[in-house]
Design a protein around this ligand. Structure first.
Ligand code: NAD
Length: 357
């Protein structure tokens, strides 16, 4: 098969880490008989410098025509003083919106070889953990009605958490599809003991999953309990589905438990298989251009693209196994280095992963 991938490398370490990820995809292509065609397009600061906007129209058009999109990161000191709507980050929000991406999938994986990086006790993480949080991305309280007023002389403000059945169903579908490919277990997080929107959320998730994905076992966890369980026993979770605000908070908590920002990727998906795949970290301007960034988060993003956009699970597994082998062999970039390991740069780390495929 031939796959057309739009590559939005962006700023800072973006070009270095994307180069590593595309090398890994090329190696997968050779091994499994696919060809990947990369189209490099501007976004963020580099687009502001060259085209006067963080998201040129042609970038959007070409992303919409691609089979999938790989993103590095945007932003940097140079553009920090620009007004909000002209900043590099605006490009990121713009491309998510233009592609209609309503789900954000963030696996918080702690590799057992890096268990020492976790702030949790060794016995809780010694076998590694992987919590995949599927967050609803364009609904709920962040997009609901809001306002300010004055009552009896006191100022007040309000926000609204509102979810419709179709909005809950479409995110449940994404989560169930993922659960099917993994443990077939799905945890739905809500606050149904207090919030009406959560009661509808819970009912809809169960009804939709039972009707369309009877093989998937759905259990409910209240958000306050979930926040505790992530630090108490993170290994019990696999795929988790939740609303925009709960997902925002819990995915940061889960990421922190892994202790290593250079190892985490995320994907955003909508109704089509064309998604946006990216590392969760930013453009790291402090280390840009020095060949010391960790490319693994972006390589993982590319692996997620293979599985979730192209349905290539054996190819996904091949990348994951190669990363595991590379870590087992003791190779580390500076951010995950510990005594006794062998330190390598960004290019070399990507090459080692390729060699291990
Ligand atoms: P950051 O994630 O870029 O960096 C935080 C720290 O982690 C830095 O010390 C950095 O060197 C390190 N780091 C990040 N990625 C790494 C990697 N792959 N390997 C090794 N070390 C790594 O966050 P920040 O410093 O707050 O933001 C820098 C810029 O990135 C800002 O302009 C911010 O707006 C932007 N940003 C972009 C995105 C995105 O594009 N999705 C996300 C977050 C921040």
């Amino acid at each position: 098969m031939n796959y057309k991938i739009a590559v939005l490398a962006g700023d800072g370490i973006g070009p270095e880490i994307c180069a590593g990820a595309t090398k890994v995809l090329e190696k997968i292509g050779i091994k499994f008989g696919h060809s990947f065609e990369f189209e490099h397009l501007p976004i963020g600061g580099v687009a502001i410098d060259n085209y006067g906007t963080p998201l040129p129209d042609f970038t959007v058009e070409k992303c919409l025509k691609a089979d999938s999109v790989l993103l590095g990161a945007v932003g940097g000191y140079k553009w920090d003083k620009l007004p909000g709507d002209k900043r590099p980050e605006k490009g990121l929000l713009g491309i998510r919106k233009a592609m209609g991406l309503y789900s954000n999938i963030r696996p918080a994986k702690l590799w057992k070889q890096l268990a020492d990086a976790s702030p949790l006790k060794h016995e809780l993480v010694k076998d590694g953990i992987e919590i995949i949080i599927v967050r609803e991305l364009i609904g709920g309280i962040y997009f609901g009605e809001r306002g300010r007023g004055k009552e009896n002389g006191a100022e007040f403000a309000w926000d609204t958490e509102k979810y419709s059945v179709p909005e809950i169903e479409r995110i449940t579908r994404i989560a169930c599809e993922l659960a099917l490919k993994r443990s077939k277990k799905l945890v739905s997080v809500d606050k149904a003991n207090v919030l009406e929107s959560s009661r509808l959320w819970r009912k809809t998730v169960h009804e939709y999953a039972a009707k369309h994905y009877p093989e998937v076992e759905v259990t409910d966890v209240l958000v306050d309990n979930m926040a505790m369980q992530i630090v108490k026993n993170p290994a019990q979770f696999d795929v988790v589905v939740t609303s925009n605000i709960f997902g925002d908070i819990l995915s940061d908590e889960a990421a922190q438990v892994t202790g290593s920002i250079g190892m985490l990727a995320s994907s955003s998906l909508g109704d089509t298989t064309c998604g946006l795949y990216e590392p969760i970290h930013g453009s790291a301007p402090d280390i840009a251009g020095q060949d010391i960034a960790n490319p693994i988060a972006t390589i993982l993003a590319a692996a997620m693209m293979l599985r979730d956009s192209f349905g290539l699970t054996a190819e996904y597994d091949a990348v994951i196994n190669a990363i595991e082998r590379t870590l087992e062999q003791g190779w580390r970039t500076a951010d995950i280095y510990s005594e006794g390991c062998k330190k390598v740069g960004c290019k070399q780390m990507a090459k080692l992963v390729c060699d291990n495929i």
